[in-house]
Ligand binder design. Structure first.
Ligand code: GDD
Ligand code: MN
Length: 372
């Protein structure tokens, strides 16, 4: 699609998931249908999870052939979207889909700008976090921080860091791109769907652009984001990382081999140098150098990197020393918090945060790819 020879968008289906949106649904559908133009036909697919407040009935009462409802049982936002996507791919013939919330956080008029962007990309995200985008000033500091943090976490852990707003729920997607990305099976139920579907589009080669939007606080009703969504979010984003990159596994294997090198050289040095502290220090450096070469020639082999190997070696060393400090402070902290637990357990646990920090620092700094 990068060649720019994309076909124009003449029809769009708006997929709107709803759970108890009786106060909003009719008004939002009217506004969406108002986007219809001579050159653009508009349809609305409401995916309702048998809302107890009768949302689905209100939609049916509209008796408009451009509007239809898919009803199911309450399984979560992600499940609803997956059902909606499948319905469009199997039964409808449209050029694009637009996914948006029913609660007026996303302004239907902004959808025109998203669809216009599809002239130049496969996906257009209504983004809060690019220049010109914003969220309701009514959002408190806590909510802003949670949103920012969740977004950062998803960007860097799932590896879609070029996208500024990758938890966004407002997106226009070309149906051809959607078809290429699915039926990549998404096993998600809740809000993490936004990240998982974007990730699927990204690895299937879709071009992704962000269009600034203002995200208003919901007009009426309340958010449906629950604890299960949050847990699934943090677990699933890690899963996405493993799915998309063999790099992470290679890095972990390299780290394990480094432990062997460390212990073996320690034993060897002990018998020759005899001073255990000096032996330990040399063994640590030996394993750092070993890890560096293995990472350089194996783990990150496929990356186009122009920095000098010497520079990378120094960076790698610096990261290793910092993570050593992190691991040590974790150890000290755990001993202080849980003095009753055995020391080796604290030592073992202290490896993990350090290993993660090590991976990210090296992946995004030492071995940073030249390709943005
Ligand atoms: N069918 C169905 N089933 N719809 C649901 C469900 C569900 O289990 N849960 C939520 N929805 C619908 C709501 O009715 C609403 O139309 C839309 O999904 C968004 O739900 P909200 O509860 O209003 O979400 P939010 O405002 O907290 O979150 C928004 O921003 C997030 C990023 O900050 C959404 O756009 C999220 O998708 C987005 O990730
Ligand atoms: Mn909302």
């Amino acid at each position: 699609m990068a060649d720019g020879k994309s076909s124009p968008i003449r029809s769009a289906c708006f997929i709107v998931p709803t759970y108890n949106e009786a106060e909003n649904i009719v008004a939002i559908i009217r506004q969406i249908l108002g986007l219809e133009r001579a050159y653009l036909s508009v349809q609305v697919l409401v995916v309702d999870d048998s809302s107890p407040d009768g949302t689905a009935n209100l939609v049916l009462e509209l008796e408009d052939e451009r509007v239809c409802v898919l009803s199911g049982k309450k399984q979560g936002l992600g499940s609803a979207y997956i059902r909606g996507f499948a319905h469009v791919l199997e039964h409808m013939s449209v050029d694009a889909i637009v996914q948006m919330d029913a609660d007026f956080s996303h302004a239907p008029t902004d959808a025109s700008r998203l669809l216009a962007q599809l002239e130049n990309s496969d996906v257009a995200i209504g983004s809060r976090y690019v220049a010109g985008g914003s969220v309701d000033p009514a959002w408190g500091l806590r909510r802003r921080l949670i949103s920012k943090f969740g977004n950062m976490f998803a960007r860097y852990v799932a590896g879609i860091y070029r996208v500024r707003d990758c938890t966004a729920g407002f997106k226009a997607i070309r149906v051809e791109a959607l078809r290429r990305a699915f039926p990549l099976r998404l096993r998600v139920q809740g809000y993490v769907f936004q990240v998982a579907s974007l990730h699927a589009l990204h690895i299937s080669g879709a071009s992704i652009a962000e269009v600034p939007i203002y995200f208003a606080d919901r007009a009426a009703g309340e958010t449906k984001l629950g604890r299960d969504d949050v847990i699934e979010f943090f677990v699933h984003v890690w899963w996405l990382r493993l799915l998309s990159r063999k790099t992470f596994i290679k890095f972990a294997l390299t780290g394990l081999s480094g432990v062997v090198v460390n212990l073996a050289s320690f034993q060897l040095l002990l018998s020759t140098v005899t001073n255990p502290y000096l032996s330990s220090a040399i063994a640590i450096e030996a394993s750092i150098i070993w890890n560096f070469f293995l990472n350089n020639f194996w783990t990150f082999r496929d990356r186009a990197i122009s920095s000098r190997k010497r520079v990378r070696g120094l960076k790698f060393n610096a990261v290793s020393l910092l993570t050593l400090a992190l691991s040590f402070s974790t150890f000290v902290l755990l001993r202080w918090l849980f003095p009753e637990h055995p020391a080796w357990l604290s030592q073992l646990i202290s490896i993990f945060p350090a290993a993660l920090a090590n991976y990210f620092a090296n992946s995004y700094w030492t071995f940073k790819s030249d390709q943005v």
